[in-house]
Each structure stands twice: as structure tokens, then as C-alpha cells.
Design a binder for this molecule. Structure first.
Ligand code: GBH
Length: 466
């Protein structure tokens, strides 16, 4: 199976997961620093990102690896608190600014295009102290930060992701899976989601009015989506699947990518009804004004998609473990025959990617789709045959979606370039195609077999057999 010559292959990382140097050269504290320091056993083995892959010092090695494997692009994120230690413009940190200039220059000198994520979950603690994503003023703060990034780096960076995975930022407020681990019931989830959508659109519109003419880049938001399928063919299961789509992917995609914008009808209807039943005066789902709907609708140059998993849907049944799950009212399951990874949530279901791409094409008018993450988890080791199988089979299904079903897929990104700090799982579970020795003070990097797979794929523009 050959790969079109203009198709982009990338690998990715995120600042808190790789950089380390958590308090070096003027970097401010972020919510992951705070949480892992005050509550060390939040993460498996009391791990934290204080040093991680030490990429603050070793970024040249990272670039060498990317170059050697042959990727066209590197997706990394900028640590907000490294640039703005207080989160706002009261302190602009030159050393932080220099670090990303150096990284970007190193990439460009090696012929690798940078794709920059502005926000991959490491909110400056000072902004969390005033409510973080629950405070609607966050929209202004992230706009100021984005404005600075465009000004600093926009001549060199042509691919921007405003925000990574709204659903998992929300999980930091509605559960204890991610920082700030507040475990708040709804409406916190919908308030956070509302501010994320507004913040994203503000950044996009800022680029339109102030930078696009000169900088000519592409901007989107990375939305994570599972592929959803009916558990068995039945009217009830198909309705549940539809509802599942609208409450997950649709929550963030419908306002941005659908023709009419705004939240999906079914979401508004159900949350309104449930809120009434709960005796509330207004819906837990905030309302957008007409102007806001238009402002958010169309705020994209492409569809940035993070995809890993598939789930089977049937109607939900109480008790629900959260009010959000009561709203969705769908039971999500896996097929026990699907092969597992080390992470309990991650099974190998390659055809799910094809189905998801077809769904996006049909639902959102065939936008250009850039897969900004996909990857496989094992414990440790260099001989990662399962990871090769995972990427190979998902890439194949993606190409079928592209060629046979005319889905407009333009890029594929492997998560991750290298083993790194896997959030609550610390260094226990790893997604890298390059092994990192976390016991070695030099954080020695060694390419795994899957790095060879990508190297061959990129050299031949064909899917290799290994
Ligand atoms: C990505 O998120 C992140 O962007 C990246 O930083 C991370 O390292 C990578 O994935 C690998 O995890 O309720 O137990 O089923 C993926 C997000 C993580 C979302 C697992 C769903 C399922 C938790 N997914 N989560 S569970």
C-alpha cells in the first residue's frame, strides 16, 4: 500500500510529559507541578514530571532522533508557565521564549515542520488559583498567551493546535484522573467545555484578523474521539450510539465543524430536561448567544483528531457514576475478543479509525483531517512488535478511508516520539517509539523496533512488512 507523497507523517509529545526543568530559568509553577508535589501518590510510584525526559536540555537529541527516523513534522506543546510564569502578561520569561526558538530553529534546520500545541493540560497554577477553566476570564488569558505565541513564533510555525483534548481537560475538573483533580459534579464539566470552545474560537479569530495574511498558517483544536458502534444491530443500540457520538465527539465538533454550529440538539434537549427534573432554574449546559455561535462555527482550518479506541454502545441503565453519564445515558463496552495493550482502556481496533473517519466525513462535510495522535502502550522494552502491528494496521485502515471512502485525511501522528510521563500512570506505561531510560541521569534514548518501522515507511512511502 503506497502513501501519497504529500501526506504528512508526524510524531508528538507534550511539554509536561517530556521537558522536566520544572523550576529552571524562571519557569512558573503549573497545575501538574502543584498536584504531584503536594500529593505525591497521585501518580503511580510517586512519579512526577520534574525531570521527565529532560528535553529542556536534550531537545537537540530529540530532533536528531526525529530526523533520523525521517518524520515530516514534530508536534510538541509549549509550557504556558515557562513563557508566562504567572499565566498573564505581568512576567514574560525570556529564557522560556528562547528555549522554544531554539527547538523550532533546530527542527527547521533539519527540515522538520513544527506543529505547536499551545495548551496540553499544564495550566499555570496562578490561573488555577482563580478557577482555571471554570472562570470565563480564562478566555482572555489564553488569548493574550496565544497572541504572544503568534507574535514570537508565527513566522516559523505554520501549524497550530490551540488546545489538546477538551474532554480530558474537563476530566481534571469532573474526576481525579488529571490535574487539578477536583472531582466536581456537573455543571462543572459543561462550564469548562464552554470556556474551552470560546477560548479556542478567540484564538482562531485573533489569527484571522491579526496574523493570517502575513503568517499563512493552519489552526485547529485537537479533539479526542473514540469510534462508537452499536453493540448489536437494533434500533435501541443505534439510538444509543448516535447519542454517544453527540455527547462525546459532537460536544466539541458540532459547535465548530457543523453547518449551524452550537451544541448538538440532542445534547441541549436532554440536559435541559434533566436539569428541570433536578429542580434547576436553568440548564446545566450553558447557552451560547447567536453571536457566539457564529464566532465559534467555522473556527478551523482542518480537523485535528486524536484517536485510540472503539466502544460498543447500548442504552444506559442506572445507577450512573456521574451526572454526565446520566445525561449521555449510554452504556460503553468493549468486545472481549479485541487484543489488549498494557493500558486497560486501550485495545487494538484498527477498523475503528476507518469508521470514525467516515463518520467525520459524513457529519462535518469532509473537512481535511489531520490525525494529531494515535499510539500504543506497553510496559517496557525495545522489541515492540505489538506497537508495530498497531500503527501498521491503523495506518492501513486510514488509507482505506482515504482511498476507498474519499475521506480527506492529510496527516498521521504517532503518539509518542519517546517514552514519557504518562500522567497518572507515571513512567509505568509507555507509548514511545523511542525508549527512554528513566534510571539513567542522562535519560538515554534508544530507538525501538517501531522506530525502524516508521523509518522504513518514511523512506519507501510504503507500509513495510516488519
Ligand atoms: C492522549 O490522551 C494525550 O493527549 C496524551 O498526553 C497521552 O499521553 C496519550 O493520550 C496516551 O494516554 O476512563 O479509564 O477508560 C488520550 C486520552 C486517555 C482518553 C485514557 C480516555 C480513558 C480513561 N485518553 N482515557 S478510562
Amino acid at each position: 500500500m503506497s502513501i501519497p507523497s504529500d501526506f504528512i507523517f508526524a510524531c508528538s509529545t507534550a511539554s509536561y510529559q517530556i521537558e522536566g526543568a520544572w523550576n529552571i530559568d524562571g519557569k512558573g509553577e503549573n497545575i501538574w507541578d502543584r498536584l504531584t508535589h503536594i500529593n505525591p501518590n497521585f501518580v503511580s510510584n510517586n512519579d512526577n514530571g520534574d525531570i521527565a525526559c529532560n528535553s529542556y536540555y536534550l531537545y537537540k537529541e530529540d530532533v536528531k532522533l526525529i530526523k533520523n527516523i525521517g518524520f515530516d513534522m514534530y508536534r510538541f506543546s509549549i509550557s504556558w508557565a515557562r513563557i508566562l510564569p504567572n499565566g498573564d502578561l505581568t512576567n514574560i520569561n525570556d529564557a522560556g521564549i528562547r528555549y522554544y526558538h531554539n527547538l523550532i530553529d533546530e527542527l527547521l534546520e533539519n527540515g522538520i515542520k513544527p506543529m505547536v500545541t499551545m495548551y496540553h493540560w499544564d495550566l499555570p497554577q496562578k490561573l488555577q488559583d482563580i478557577g482555571g477553566w471554570m472562570n470565563s476570564l480564562i478566555v482572555d488569558y489564553i488569548e493574550d498567551y496565544a497572541d504572544l505565541l503568534f507574535k514570537l513564533y508565527g513566522d516559523k510555525v505554520k501549524w497550530w493546535i490551540t488546545i489538546n483534548e477538551p474532554a480530558n481537560i474537563i476530566a481534571g475538573y469532573s474526576s481525579e484522573k488529571y490535574a487539578p483533580a477536583l472531582n466536581l459534579d456537573s455543571p462543572a464539566n459543561y462550564i469548562v467545555g464552554h470556556n474551552i470552545l470560546k477560548g479556542h474560537a478567540k484564538i482562531f479569530r485573533l489569527y484571522e484578523t491579526k496574523y493570517r495574511l502575513k503568517q499563512q498558517g493552519n489552526i485547529s483544536i485537537s479533539i479526542n474521539a473514540s469510534c462508537l458502534l452499536p453493540k448489536t444491530v437494533s434500533k435501541e443500540n443505534e439510538e444509543a450510539t448516535n447519542q454517544g457520538w453527540e455527547f462525546t465527539l459532537g460536544w466539541f465538533s458540532h459547535p465548530i465543524f457543523s453547518k449551524g454550529g452550537d451544541y448538538p440538539e440532542i445534547m441541549k434537549k436532554i440536559i435541559d430536561e434533566n436539569s428541570k427534573q433536578e429542580g434547576r432554574k436553568r440548564s446545566r449546559l450553558p447557552t451560547f448567544t447567536k453571536e457566539e455561535i457564529q464566532f465559534i462555527q467555522g473556527s478551523f482550518d482542518f480537523f485535528a483528531l486524536n484517536h485510540y479506541i472503539t466502544r460498543l454502545c447500548s442504552p444506559g441503565h442506572p445507577p450512573f457514576s456521574s451526572t454526565y453519564l446520566k445525561d449521555i445515558n449510554v452504556n460503553f463496552e468493549i468486545d472481549p475478543t479485541w487484543p489488549n495493550s498494557k493500558a486497560p482502556w486501550l485495545q487494538i481496533v484498527p477498523f475503528g479509525l476507518k469508521e470514525l473517519l467516515r463518520f467525520i466525513k459524513y457529519k462535518y462535510n469532509n473537512p481535511p483531517v489531520f490525525i494529531t495522535e494515535n499510539g500504543y502502550c506497553e510496559s517496557k522494552g525495545l522489541n515492540d512488535i505489538d506497537r508495530i502491528t498497531y500503527h501498521r494496521e491503523y495506518i492501513k485502515e486510514m488509507l482505506v478511508a482515504k482511498e476507498k471512502f474519499e475521506c480527506n485525511v492529510i496527516g498521521y501522528t504517532a503518539w509518542s516520539l519517546m517514552d514519557n510521563f504518562e500522567w497518572k500512570d507515571g513512567f509505568e506505561f509507555q507509548f514511545g517509539i523511542v525508549f527512554v531510560d528513566f534510571n539513567d541521569p542522562n535519560r538515554k534514548r534508544t530507538p525501538k523496533k517501531s522506530a525502524d518501522f516508521f523509518k522504513q515507511l518514511l523512506k519507501t512511502r510504503n507500509i513495510p512488512d516488519i
